[in-house]
Design a protein. Sequence first.
Length: 291
Amino acid sequence: MKPAKFDYHCPETLDEALLTLGRYQGEARVLSGGQSLVPMMNFRLATPAAIIDLNRIPGLDKIEVADGTVRIGAMARQRRLEFAPFVAEKLPLLSEALRWVGHLPTRTRGTIGGSIAHADPAAEIPMVLQALAGEVVVCGPQGERRIAAPDLFVAPLTTALEPDEILTEVCFPVMPPGAGYAIEEFARRKGDFAIAAIAVQLVRDGERCIMAHFATAGIGPVPVRLREAETILERKGLGEGAVAATAQRAAELVEPMADHNASADFRRHLTGVLTRRAILKARDRLNVRTG
């Protein structure tokens, strides 16, 4: 199929993009990598009056670190991030997650900001934003504001961005040296969207687990942190009993969806299984990295 008729704009500055976006009063869409928006338009699931193409705006793909935070421009391509040594060193969980994203052409064209703004509940990058307690920077007519991950995702394909705002930057705290991390995902085929996925980050001090972060994808309508499950490891440590209790609690906490891919009960079951696997993998890496 072909998309419905739309106006096309390719601004060369962010200010120009914001002015153009504002003129359409919520009826325009922003184009970054186009890996989700273009198929939706072709199937007429999205029929925007206009497309605002961000690809000619300089500076929206920068990657830098400052004050313990990795700042990634929204237009940074996923393939570039996947193989960036800097990202692998500072954000190994993100590097691992990117290998699960779609297929090579998808990652080559897709952007980190586009994936987050699209807010597909089964996407890996929003899950990592939750697991690493990141935030995004958005710009609009009133200036710049920051939105923390827990406040960003409102519903499937819906974020807290206003219709006249543009996501410009994604910010992640640098992962602590020696942190353990893992992604566990279940999908019909490699490259498909996750039916269920779990991201884990662990930090140890001696025999104690001083930080545990778990986040989901594909299970509920938005990616979420499983905070009550995290506290079990932080209280009880990383032994087998604590891991089993954490996995069980994670399965109890989720609000799973039911669709043509899986029932809610199956997704709940997968939550427990994948959480346990991810914790054990992260724990093993924690042991290797800390000696």
